[in-house]
Design a protein around this ligand. Structure first.
Ligand SMILES: [Zn+2]
Ligand SMILES: [Zn+2]
Length: 154
């Protein structure tokens, strides 16, 4: 087993992204969780380790990592973008909670056929796709039903 930091360096090199200690840390922060952090959340996580680092630096690193296709910027409903890493390039999809903004991963392998369809039907090459499903997470659903019930009682 390779050390995690070596793996991170390898990923950056594979994508021709310049390797800096802060960039490794930003990538690590995106990869390590499946909560799809925002730039501000990553900044909060790292500011103790890198006191000289600004939020703008985090944004800048995320932009580089996104444009090199190391990570993916999610277009969710919230104000700030969330970031994600696809393990082994494996596609997964996102269920986004309309109430709390939580983003949960799920996989649905059949959906890769949609890229084959784009190739076959409209002759597109090097395709990719993203999908978000919007709704209420279970906690928010239960909460809203609970308050409806209390309102009905009062
Ligand atoms: Zn929710
Ligand atoms: Zn995800």
């Amino acid at each position: 087993m390779k050390k995690r930091s070596e793996q991170l360096v390898e990923i950056l090199k594979r994508h021709n992204a310049r390797v800096t200690e802060q960039r490794i840390a930003v990538l690590d922060a995106v990869m390590r969780t499946n909560v799809h952090p925002t730039a501000a959340e990553i900044y909060d996580q790292l500011k103790d380790r890198f006191p000289s680092m600004s939020l703008a630096t985090v944004y800048n690193n995320l932009r580089v990592l996104t444009s090199e296709k190391v990570i993916v910027e999610l277009r969710t409903s919230g104000d700030s973008s969330r970031y994600d890493y696809f393990e082994n390039g494996e596609q997964h999809y996102h269920a986004v909670c309309r109430s709390c903004g939580k983003v949960v991963d799920f996989s649905y392998p059949e959906l890769t056929d949609v890229e084959l369809a784009a190739a076959r039907l409209v002759h597109f090459h090097e395709t990719s796709h993203q999908l978000e499903v919007y709704g209420l997470c279970d906690a928010c659903y239960q909460k809203s039903h609970e308050s409806n019930r209390l309102q009905a009682l009062s």
